[in-house]
Write a new protein. Structure first.
Length: 296
């Protein structure tokens, strides 16, 4: 590994960082037990930043495309009524839970069909500083993957994804930044800056599978490290030479430094209006054992 660590004497504590904060935090709620995990993280962050919490309660209606004919119209109507009634029960329970929160808060309920719900949630993300959700894995949360991808690529804000049943890590002490010389990485660091600025240890790494670019990545890390130093953030920067996949290398480094948070750019593309996650991004979402901060 090539270390290009900035010495502490070269780091000026900039006043700008002290004013960097989240003021509006949105948290995804769906009536499942995982709501409690997401709310615990949201409440801790809101308390730290004196932020307002907006609970986005998504009540997904059945897909009309699955029903056809006269019987189908009757069937979907009955099913929509049932889902709506279940949503009423969950909403009442969520309002009671939110009433126990310390920070200022509100609850917004979205009842919508697939395709429309994702757009509605992304619209809610536009006016918030941060959106908190659960990694959409195949353990009860996979149905929210289209919604998560919509927020990630069209929300315009940072996305904090929590592993299912993630233990609360407050305050966040160690941040690992997975850096590449791309717009997505730049966006992720910019959106995560309030969290990065409050960490006691910040590690920046890039995974070099083969030498390329300026000094194979070392010079790029020097630039982003210097940029963070101008914000008053001292960071170590390391080029990881590895024969494993970038995902495995990042997760191994996260374990090595005991990271509380991983910050990376989100990669993917749109095909026929369906957002598809890129390889490393998807792998991290599926495997990360610690909270993951993404931005596109």
């Amino acid at each position: 590994m090539n270390d290009i660590t900035l010495s502490s004497s070269s780091v000026a504590k900039a006043q700008a960082v002290r004013g960097t904060a989240y003021r509006d935090i949105a948290v995804h709620l769906d009536g499942s037990p995982e709501d409690e995990t997401r709310l615990a993280h949201a409440e801790a962050l809101a308390a730290s930043f004196t932020a307002r919490i907006t609970g986005i309660f998504t009540n997904l209606l059945p897909d009309p495309a699955l029903f056809a004919g006269e019987f189908g119209v009757t069937g979907i109507g009955q099913l929509v009524d049932a889902v709506t009634e279940e949503g009423d029960v969950n909403e009442k329970r969520l309002r009671q839970r939110l009433a126990r929160l310390g920070p200022a808060h509100e609850l917004r309920r979205l009842d919508a069909f697939p395709g429309l719900l994702e757009q509605a949630v992304a619209s809610e993300a536009h006016w918030n500083d941060l959106f908190i959700a659960t990694c959409p894995r195949d353990d009860g949360h996979s149905r929210w993957r289209p919604m998560i991808e919509s927020v990630m690529f069209d929300g315009g804000r940072g996305l904090l994804l929590l592993p299912p049943t993630a233990a609360l890590r407050s305050p966040i002490k160690t941040v690992l930044i997975g850096w590449t010389d791309t717009r997505q990485s730049a966006r992720a660091v910019a959106e995560a800056l309030p969290l990065i600025a409050r960490a006691t240890k910040v590690h920046i790494v890039t995974v070099r599978e083969e030498a390329h670019g300026r000094m194979g990545g070392a010079e790029v890390l020097a630039d982003i490290s210097t940029h963070l130093a101008r914000h008053g953030i001292e960071a170590t920067a390391t080029v990881l030479n590895t024969e494993t996949s970038p995902t495995d290398a990042l997760l191994a480094e996260a374990r090595r430094v005991s990271a509380d948070l991983i910050v990376v750019g989100a990669y993917g593309h749109s095909r026929f209006r369906e957002w598809v996650l890129g390889g490393v991004t998807a792998d991290l979402v599926d495997c990360t054992p610690v909270p993951l901060f993404l931005a596109h």
